[in-house]
Unconditional design. Structure first.
Length: 160
């Protein structure tokens, strides 16, 4: 059974659970995984970051908050920080307009924020499927650590 992860939510668990985030446009899916224990988390983030520094808001609305919250939840469940790895998917530019480049769009900024936060947390980014102009749905299989990306436009499947 796949557990749904909605917009601005994250979920953590252990094998053999599967987490699913549907309808990723400019939103970014972030997965964290400790392969030795089969512990992992998936966030469906909406925005790159908050305008002001301050305490975590408790949701995965913002990429940086989601990474920090999931990392801490996984450590609380027994994961080792040194074994965590990350994968990213989404961050599309859903509206093809001349003045909105891939560099300036929300999806691209979210991906940049995620990469920076992962570096800051010492979590290696081992795979990503970012950008473009197609929606995605992802499934994160905690039995294998695989992030399966389903692309809406061309009906392709990518296994990260």
């Amino acid at each position: 059974m796949a557990w749904r992860v909605g917009i601005a939510e994250y979920r953590v668990g252990c094998r053999p659970e599967i987490f699913k985030a549907a309808g990723l446009g400019s939103c970014l899916a972030v997965s964290l995984y400790d392969g030795e224990l089969g512990l992992g988390g998936l966030a469906h983030t909406l925005l790159p970051g908050r305008r002001q520094e301050g305490p975590l808001v408790g949701s995965a609305k913002y990429v940086v908050d989601a990474i920090c919250l999931m990392r801490q939840a996984l450590l609380d469940d027994g994961a080792q920080a040194s074994r965590l790895v990350a994968k990213l998917a989404g961050g599309a530019n859903m509206f093809e307009v001349e003045f909105l480049s891939q560099v300036d769009g929300i999806g691209a900024r979210s991906a940049h924020s995620a990469r920076a936060a992962l570096i800051e947390q010492g979590i290696p980014l081992v795979a990503e499927d970012i950008g473009g102009n197609r929606g995605r749905t992802v499934e994160f299989d905690l039995a294998t650590g695989q992030l399966i990306v389903y692309c809406a436009r061309d009906r392709s499947t990518l296994r990260l």
